[in-house]
Design a protein around this ligand. Structure first.
Ligand code: NI
Length: 224
């Protein structure tokens, strides 16, 4: 499932993140790329700086922790430290799949879900769409600053060449309690129906049956 999530960061958080990035040093993105990705990757990534990086991670992780759409779609178990990237005019990132195992320096995790959080307004740069191949064809994603897209990490994807302006994004990888993308999608759909039933008719027998079925499916399919 490819899912767009609006306003992961509000305007104040977005301004703070961009202010921190303005004063940060960036290095060649090839340094963090796997063997295949290195050949096609042209971007800049924020150099890890303990105080600044920690503050950015705190802003991002705390906003995701409170985001209901993210939590009910991703079932996050572990998250890799985000990467903050910049693409100037002429930069792009060719077709690749993200590394399966993340976290070279810290605790390791399996990447089930990839997230791109857009940090620049779409009209401030040309090109730079995230292009994801799904089983239903190709999706081109370019969202408002503060919005994010999540998609299965197994998907082939690329970033189209930026032909003007600067594209800024945060990238994040999640190990999910529910490994299968199909099962996560079913749970996401069922949970939306469940939430609606709980709000409209909390005491109905059918509401309780849907609620129980949802909980027991999560129990059946999750790993901790
Ligand atoms: Ni990628």
């Amino acid at each position: 499932m490819l899912l767009e999530i609006a306003e992961v960061l509000n305007q104040a958080q977005l301004a703070k993140v961009n202010e921190i990035l303005d004063g940060s040093e960036f290095v060649d993105g090839k340094l963090s790329a796997g063997r295949v990705a290195r050949e096609v990757k042209q971007n800049l990534e924020m150099k890890k700086d303990s105080a600044r990086t920690e503050l950015l991670i705190r802003i991002l992780v705390s906003s995701l922790a409170h985001n209901q759409t993210f939590n009910s779609a991703a079932f996050p178990c572990r998250m890799a430290d985000p990467i903050f990237a910049r693409y100037h005019s002429g930069m792009q990132y060719g077709d690749h799949v993200d590394d399966a195992i993340m976290g070279k320096s810290g605790p390791r995790l399996r990447s089930d879900i990839s997230m791109t959080l857009f940090l620049s307004e779409p009209e401030s740069y040309q090109g730079g769409e995230l292009v994801i191949r799904t089983s239903f064809g190709i999706s081109k994603v370019k969202l408002a600053a503060g919005d994010a897209v999540i998609y299965p990490s197994s998907s082939l994807h690329h970033v189209a060449e930026v032909t003007g302006g600067e594209r800024r994004v945060a990238l994040l990888w999640v190990q999910s309690h529910v490994r299968s993308p199909e099962q996560r999608e079913l749970l996401f759909d069922l949970n939306q129906a469940r939430e609606q039933l709980l709000a409209q008719a909390p005491r109905e027998r059918s509401t309780q049956q849907v609620d129980r079925a949802f909980s027991n499916l999560v129990r059946m399919w999750s790993e901790v």
